[in-house]
Design a protein around this ligand. Structure first.
Ligand code: SF4
Length: 372
């Protein structure tokens, strides 16, 4: 390696790629597996701490590789317990992830892109346009940083990952697949496939690949039961219309007993009528699924209004009467712009946000010092 050769960021590499990397350095393949276990141990910051690797090999690694991490980030705590993390990337861009604590789990909403090209009408990330894909390391480092933060703040382990942050994950499929491999590898971050959910706006060819190559859960942002309304809300519907999308879901390769989660954001006067609910029930016939209803957050686009609680319950009832499992999901973190559709990489702005999670509001999970 000469002085000009850039160092390899090991956080970009799956176990298989690490094995090839160490072999290229003249090491036996088991060193790659050993290395993976060290990289994802909490608190390991440099190669000198990898005590069961030979000193000479550690020196070679220090010359040829790095292990990137997110050291510079801001944290904001919501009154409802959600925690938003804003990460500064090497090129000065910002991404956000949101930790959603619940009684029995800690779920992290992970970003996959800076901005998004999909332009869904109710989503602030969409208004940023597409800036770039995140690298595998940038996806993985969100999870490592938040895992370390929850451990340091006595919040218990991170248990679930959902790709519902900034960006369309299936538009960054290669890096997504590598990140999933690192998340699920026992020597890596050791998440079960059952605890990882990838959400898509409906990129049909990539959905098929995801089903063929992984066993993670699939969520589909549907938001309408017919092409006319869906194309208005989600331009992707012009490329992959509803019938094609739902047919892909019907034949989606999943382990037995797994069900696709359909996300349906209710927009008053647009997609929340009894007729819409009936149409949705007919559309999803024979698709093994669950349905999540969520009232729109007008912060994503003030042109939309949230239906009344009665309307939401009525919509749920119609679907339940047709035999569906239907949840009404509460948006979390609205007061810190962390709710669905609100992420726009602005978490660095303003004053007083704690750096790297040291302020008391976040430590206790109580009211954030930033919110009245
Ligand atoms: Fe992109 Fe998802 Fe927002 Fe649509 S909802 S614009 S796919 S981030």
């Amino acid at each position: 390696m000469n002085a000009q050769t850039p160092k390899t960021d090991l956080k970009n590499l799956t176990q298989e790629q690490l094995v090839r990397f160490v072999e290229s350095l003249g090491q036996p393949s088991f060193r790659g597996r050993q290395l993976l276990a060290w990289i994802y141990k909490p608190g390991i910051a440099d190669f000198s701490q990898m005590t069961d690797l030979a000193k000479e090999f550690r020196a070679v690694l220090a010359r040829s590789a790095t292990m990137s991490r997110f050291d510079d980030y801001r944290v904001e705590c919501s009154r409802d317990g959600a925690v938003k993390f804003a990460f500064l990337l090497e090129d000065g861009r910002l991404i956000e992830s949101v930790l959603i604590p619940e009684e029995d789990r800690n779920t992290l909403c992970v970003s996959s892109q800076v901005g998004c090209a999909m332009g869904c009408g109710f989503c602030l990330t969409g208004t940023m346009g597409f800036i770039r894909n995140l690298s595998t390391a940038e996806i993985v480092n969100q999870v490592c940083a938040v895992r370390d933060w929850t451990l340091a703040h006595d919040r218990g382990p991170l248990t679930n990952l959902v790709f519902m942050g900034m960006g369309e994950p299936l538009a960054n499929l290669d890096h997504l697949l590598d990140a999933i491999s690192i998340f699920t590898e026992q020597r890596g971050l050791d998440f079960s496939n059952r605890r990882i959910t990838v959400s898509t706006c409906g990129l049909v060819p990539q959905m098929k690949k995801l089903g063929d190559l992984t066993d993670v859960n699939l969520a589909v942002s549907l938001h309408a039961a017919n092409d006319e309304v869906r194309s208005r809300l989600m331009p992707v519907n012009n490329r992959y219309p509803i019938a094609e999308l739902v047919e892909t879901c019907r034949s989606y390769r999943q382990k037995r007993r797994k069900r696709i989660m359909f996300e349906y954001t209710l927009l008053a006067g647009i997609n929340d009528s009894d007729r819409d609910a009936e149409q949705l029930a007919s559309l999803l016939r024979e698709v093994p699924c669950k349905i999540n209803l969520l009232a729109v957050n007008p912060a994503g686009n003030p042109a939309f209004a949230s239906p009344s609680p009665e309307r939401i319950l009525r919509f749920q009832l119609i679907l339940r009467n047709r035999g569906y499992t239907v949840f009404i999901r509460q948006s979390r973190g609205e007061d810190i712009a962390a709710a669905c559709g609100q992420l726009a990489g602005k978490g660095w702005e303003g004053t007083g946000k704690e750096k790297n999670g040291t302020a008391s509001g976040c430590e206790t999970g109580g009211p954030s010092p930033l919110t009245p």
